[in-house]
Write a protein that binds this ligand. Structure first.
Ligand SMILES: Nc1nc2c(ncn2[C@@H]2O[C@H](COP(=O)(O)OP(=O)(O)OP(=O)(O)O)[C@@H](O)[C@H]2O)c(=O)[nH]1
Ligand SMILES: [Mg+2]
Length: 304
């Protein structure tokens, strides 16, 4: 899995190279400000990072600690649960929910887990078809109903089926848009309620899928979903197609939510667990000359 995050940062590091074409032992604060803004780190966070660095020369070590600190509040602890583990996937239209569900399915299967999908995006017929195709391709069962039917009933049936068949993991797709935002909020809240009815404690994890090409504009979206139903973790998709990789810092910092996975392409295998060290080093490598990893950094890496 190693190297995928760095590779997906290619467009972002290309953008950084327009500011520092040649790698340096240190940069000035002014250069740092330009680099961070170019990578689409939100302005307020840029100011905060710059303000926290007293010295004029910014070294790799200084910047590394500041960038890692943006993830400080964003840790994730797996909840206690009785199987099946139920996950609800939410996000706006086109963010990459359905594709991400295919990726998660293939990831969990590779770990030896059995998976069942719930097509609770009943708003569009095409959404049900898309998930059904993935289920066939990935050889996992799926529960669906007709377009316009109650999505929470689909969620209930999927969980019941998982219990009856002793399936390890349930992944539920949801609609990204309804006629109004209030409709969407009510529908998602109802799905959450019904999941708990079907299996106490479910959903065990509600994941928000954000389109990485939207950069910082995804923050407002994420806040809205978090207020609606409470988000446990974030998946950022399409990082491979954007120079806005720096927005990952702003998203984690603004929401204080863990980024769990990164989408790095359109195929089921293009999902990688988020590793903040690899992410930060991927950015730093574009700016600074190589320095050997210190013992302390090695230790941090092992502990993480
Ligand atoms: N390059 C790239 N494309 C992606 C990634 N994830 C999703 N996509 C593409 O983004 C488009 C939208 O993905 P979907 O999975 O259909 O998005 P959705 O959130 O389910 O959309 P709705 O069902 O309309 O709400 C598709 O063309 C995907 O192939 C990614 O990590 N990288
Ligand atoms: Mg979809």
């Amino acid at each position: 899995m190693f190297g995928f995050i760095k590779k997906s940062l290619k467009k972002t590091t290309d953008a950084i190279k327009t500011i520092v074409p040649k790698k340096k032992p240190f940069i000035t604060k002014e250069e740092l400000e330009d680099i961070l803004l170019e990578a689409d780190v939100e302005y307020e966070l840029v100011e905060l990072i710059i303000g926290e660095i007293p010295q004029e020369k910014v070294t790799r070590e200084i910047l590394r600690s500041k960038l890692l600190a943006t993830f400080a509040y964003a840790s994730y602890k797996e909840p206690e649960f009785t199987p099946p583990f139920v996950e609800l996937i939410v996000g706006v239209n086109g963010a990459g929910k359905t594709t991400t569900i295919a990726k998660l399915t293939s990831y969990y299967k590779a770990q030896g887990n059995s998976v069942i999908l719930g097509a609770a995006d009943t708003f569009r017929a095409a959404a049900i078809e898309q998930l059904t195709l993935w289920a066939q391709k990935l050889d996992v069962p799926i529960v669906s109903s007709k377009q316009g039917h109650d999505p929470s009933a689909v969620a209930y049936d999927t969980i019941s089926s998982a219990k009856a068949k002793n399936i390890d993991r349930v992944i539920i797709d949801t609609a990204g848009r309804l006629h109004t935002q209030t409709n969407l909020a009510n529908e998602l809240k109802k799905i959450v309620r019904i999941c708990d009815k079907a299996h106490s404690g479910a959903p065990h994890r509600t994941l928000l899928v954000l389109d990485g090409t939207q950069g910082n504009s995804a923050i407002a979206q994420a806040k809205a979903f978090n207020e609606m139903i409470g988000i446990d973790g974030i998946i950022i998709t399409k990082l491979d197609g954007t120079a806005k990789g720096g927005s990952v810092f702003s998203i984690a910092f603004a929401l204080e939510l863990p980024i769990l996975f990164i989408g790095t392409g359109e195929q089921p295998e293009n999902l990688t667990p988020f590793d903040k060290y690899e992410f930060v080093d991927g950015i730093l490598d574009a700016i600074f000359e190589e320095t050997p990893t210190t013992e302390k950094e090695k230790k941090e890496k092992v502990e993480s």
